[in-house]
Ligand binder design. Structure first.
Ligand code: HBI
Ligand code: FE
Length: 298
């Protein structure tokens, strides 16, 4: 995902000077979670664990199985990180909420996944503005147990700084959005979820795979880079990869020429389809017709 020519993954030491101060990292302070907060975790975990068989991809299920994450309490990062470090060399660090882009990228480039330490309130189980511990841990960490996703997300962190300098960060962010957050994958038994934004959402996990409303289009990085996305409603279009190795290839690809090609092509609205799209399912669009206009991230 470098923009400056083919590049193998740099070792952490090559990035040592670029390290940002640690002030955005906070102590998880696991002991201070209240019984009510553990209850919210349990509620979310139990309903999602019931739902995901048949919806989540095999790699997600496998990652979850190998992690010491259970319904009965909010995970302790120290404990969870032992399993994660051993498997892919990643670790989770606690942050207060959304962190600035450069800090976010620096963490990812060093295989540290920034996770909210707070958990949503019982009154807002289905919608929240900032990523909380349920989204970040339940949604993202199982996939970070997979070596391919582990490399892909690190490459995204490495590509972020470069994309920022080139003024094309929004384009890279779309690729992250439509893969790491809202990606679908083709499996032998059907289309399945690998994106964390979907996997951690009770309503969207059903919608993304089962509803007739959204488009499901074969993933194509040029196409995705031009596509705006919805930040506070279900996606109108999901992009489907054939297998995780597709992301591995993407991580090694030079994004420079892709950014350049995309300059001459306009942005696409979230629900728009192109003649050149490999459409797996053309959506009816009914969900978004019924809703009032919602925010679209250009
Ligand atoms: N911070 N904690 C946190 N989590 C995110 O997912 C996140 C962030 N800061 C910036 C950011 N994401 C995105 O805007 C980047 O992908 C561009
Ligand atoms: Fe996320």
């Amino acid at each position: 995902m470098s923009a400056a020519g083919p590049e193998t993954k740099p070792s952490a030491s090559q990035h040592a000077e670029a390290r940002v101060p640690d002030e955005w990292v906070i102590d998880q302070d696991w002991a201070s979670y209240t019984p009510q907060e553990h209850d919210v975790w349990r509620t979310l975990f139990e309903r999602q664990a019931r739902l995901l068989p048949g919806l989540a991809c095999d790699e997600f299920v496998q990652g979850m199985r190998e992690l010491p994450i259970t319904s009965d309490r909010i995970p302790d990062f120290h404990e969870m990180n032992q399993a994660l470090r051993k498997k892919t060399g990643w670790e989770v660090v606690a942050v207060p909420g959304l962190v600035p882009d450069d800090v976010f990228f620096d963490h990812l480039a060093h295989r540290r996944f920034p996770a909210g330490r707070f958990i949503r309130k019982p009154t807002e189980l289905d919608y929240l503005e900032e990523p909380d511990i349920f989204h970040d841990v339940f949604g993202h960490v199982p996939m970070l147990m997979n070596p391919v996703i582990a490399n892909y997300i690190q490459a995204y962190g490495q590509g972020g700084q470069r994309a920022h300098e080139l003024g094309v960060l929004h384009k890279l962010a779309r690729v992250y959005w439509y893969t790491v957050e809202f990606g679908l994958i083709q499996q032998a038994d059907g289309i399945r979820v690998y994106g964390a934004g979907i996997a951690s959402s009770f309503t969207e996990s059903v919608f993304s795979v089962g509803s007739a409303s959204p488009n499901r289009v074969r993933f194509n990085v040029d196409r995705v880079m031009r596509t705006q996305y919805r930040i506070n409603d279900f996606q109108e279009t999901y992009f489907v990869i054939r297998n995780l190795d597709e992301l591995l290839a993407l991580a090694d690809e030079d994004f420079g020429p892709i950014y350049e090609r995309s300059q001459n092509q306009g942005d696409l609205a979230p629900g728009q389809l192109l003649a050149s799209d490999d459409v797996l399912a053309r959506g009816s669009g009914e969900h978004h017709l019924r809703c009032s206009p919602k925010a679209v991230r250009a």
